[in-house]
Design a protein around this ligand. Structure first.
Ligand SMILES: [Zn+2]
Length: 155
């Protein structure tokens, strides 16, 4: 519906579709993304496949997934999104921008800023365990929490 609205150039309809999407997205939480990761990955792919028409939806999706901390979570959702990231350059860019926006805000409890030594992407997240492995949200490179601390960006 969102794409059709764009083709017709009917802004009101487009806004309506976007608002509906935003409403649905507001219900997403980390548990939902983790259990429905296939659906989530497909939604992201569909949004980016649609190109220009769904630009706003794409960015909202990237913001939401970063906000929920999916990239710092354990399990299939993170892997699924890193795979999408590898196939969709624009998703990677939007995710980096979303991390950047969060850096402008006050850090939440336990969050630190890191710069990946492999791909130089910077992001802000919490890594509660020093022994667990955490992968870069951008290139997927894995390091332990202790190792990541060496790549912390101090401000
Ligand atoms: Zn990286």
């Amino acid at each position: 519906m969102y794409i059709m609205a764009d083709q017709w150039g009917i802004d009101a309809l487009k806004d309506l579709a976007y608002n509906k999407f935003e409403f649905d997205l507001a219900a997403w939480d980390l548990d939902f993304v983790k259990s429905e990761y296939k659906l989530v990955a497909e939604t992201v792919e569909a949004a980016y496949d649609a190109g220009e028409a769904t630009n706003k939806i794409c960015k909202t999706l990237a913001d939401k997934l970063v906000e929920l901390g999916v990239f710092a979570s354990e399990g299939c959702a993170r892997s699924a999104l890193i795979n999408v990231n590898a196939d969709y350059d624009d998703f990677g860019k939007d995710v980096i921008i979303a991390f950047g926006k969060r850096q402008g805000k006050n850090k939440s409890e336990g969050e630190k800023r890191f710069s990946c030594p492999e791909c130089y992407a910077t992001f802000q997240t919490a890594m509660p365990s020093s022994t667990r492995m955490y992968s870069c949200f951008c290139c997927g490179m894995e390091y332990s929490g202790t190792r990541w601390l060496q790549f912390e960006v101090k401000t």
